[in-house]
Ligand binder design. Structure first.
Ligand code: OSB
Ligand code: MG
Length: 375
């Protein structure tokens, strides 16, 4: 039995170690939205709402999510008795469209609360089978090809198993080619365009085919599937969809239309863990590998991603880099660490996400806070 008595919403400000530039904008500071769920018997679980400050990745933002959670998400779950966390998602979907990141933050908190209540790891609760996960890094757009080469080289030397290069028109083929030439044919490289291209740009994307990339992530519009199928027909490199995969149906559309061969699963984008698991399963049934994407999460959201990435069909390294890649100091103890071979250990012997929130530090960093309680 799962009963959530209170949810505390909290925004903290954390400076990124270095600015992160994608085709649609640059971030140098992360406004992090944390949720603290309290059960009827006083247990606490943390989750993170991954929406950004601006609607340049999806239509949601930290402020729309705060509103959606306060007005529509929290009232549906507070004080209600659920047999288990898998019952939360259906309740949130009834006559309630969209707002996936807002819903996911609460749904994922419910899974964490259930795991803590049972004293089991979140990864086990979700059906994870891995004791460690392979990790990649996502490199923002750099000032020059030479600067990018240095970042990519350092990442491989540090142990990362996949280097994702953000691209946009004007910073694509030349940049990726420089990295390929400097780091050799075996370097595990991929590109992510965050919707910066149209079908009319097929020629510059075809030029990437010669560079041996593992995949090209989301070249076309954020809500498109069909045009990606046309583009995939023109490319040798597999397309991986990120933004467009907002549900199990969209994953099936991708598979049946041939719009991509790999899926990036971000639990926030798809409405939480139940949907992430379902997309994982559909992809597994069709031989489509998945990997766990990232949204520059703090150690809390990272813990949720690590647990998800322990499921069996997460066969490619995820954007689940260790704390040191993002922050001078994370907000959890211990911080997330990666070994020299590019592995992060899944804390299977500890309850929930397996790390604890540094409350004093979070208190110090808090810029707004609101407590929602069961009626
Ligand atoms: O497209 O995967 C993306 C960050 C913010 C918004 C979109 C994306 C990203 C990343 C960062 O690539 C991955 C990470 O958290 O390290
Ligand atoms: Mg992406």
């Amino acid at each position: 039995m799962l009963r959530i008595e209170a949810i505390t919403l909290r925004e903290i400000a954390l400076a990124l170690k270095e600015p992160f530039q994608i085709s649609s904008g640059t971030q140098s500071r992360r406004r992090i939205f944390l949720l603290e769920l309290t059960s009827a018997d006083g247990l606490v679980a943390w989750s993170e709402c991954v929406a950004a400050e601006l609607p340049n990745y999806s239509s949601e933002t930290i402020d729309t999510c705060w509103h959606a959670i306060r007005e529509w998400v929290a009232p549906r779950v507070l004080g209600r008795s659920f047999a288990g966390p898998e019952e939360v998602h259906p309740v949130l979907e009834q006559n309630f469209r969209g707002h996936h990141m807002a819903k996911a933050a609460v749904e994922m908190g419910a899974w964490e609360l259930a795991a803590r209540t049972e004293g089991v790891a979140l990864s086990s609760k979700l059906g994870g089978t891995r004791y460690q996960i392979r990790v990649g890094i996502s490199l923002g757009i750099q000032a020059s090809p030479a600067a990018l080469v240095e970042k990519a080289r350092a990442a491989l030397e540090r142990g990362y198993r996949k280097v994702k290069i953000k691209i946009k028109p004007g910073a694509d083929v030349e940049y990726v080619r420089a990295v390929r030439e400097a780091l050799g044919p075996e370097a595990p490289l991929m590109a992510d365009a965050n919707n910066a291209y149209g079908l009319e740009d097929a020629a510059s994307l075809q030029a990437l085919d010669a560079l041996g990339l593992m995949m090209i992530e989301q070249p076309l519009a954020w809500d498109d599937v069909l045009r990606h199928a046309h583009l995939q027909n023109l490319l040798k490199t597999p397309i991986c969809l990120d933004e467009s995969i907002t549900s199990v149906d969209r994953a099936e559309d991708m598979i049946h239309l041939g719009a991509g061969r790999i899926v990036n699963i971000k639990p926030g984008r798809v409405g939480g863990f139940l949907q992430s698991k379902a997309i994982h399963d559909v992809c597994a049934a069709h031989g489509v590998p998945v990997w766990c994407g990232g949204m520059l999460e703090s150690g809390v959201g990272r813990g949720h991603n690590v647990a998800l990435a322990s499921l069996p069909n997460f066969t490619l390294p995820g954007d689940v880099s260790p704390s040191e890649r993002y922050w001078e100091r994370d907000i959890v103890t211990p911080e997330w660490t990666m070994d020299a071979a590019g592995w992060i250990v899944v804390p299977v012997d500890r309850p929930g996400i397996g790390v604890e929130v540094d409350r004093d530090r979070v208190e110090d960093l808090t810029v707004r806070r609101e407590e929602l309680r069961a009626p």
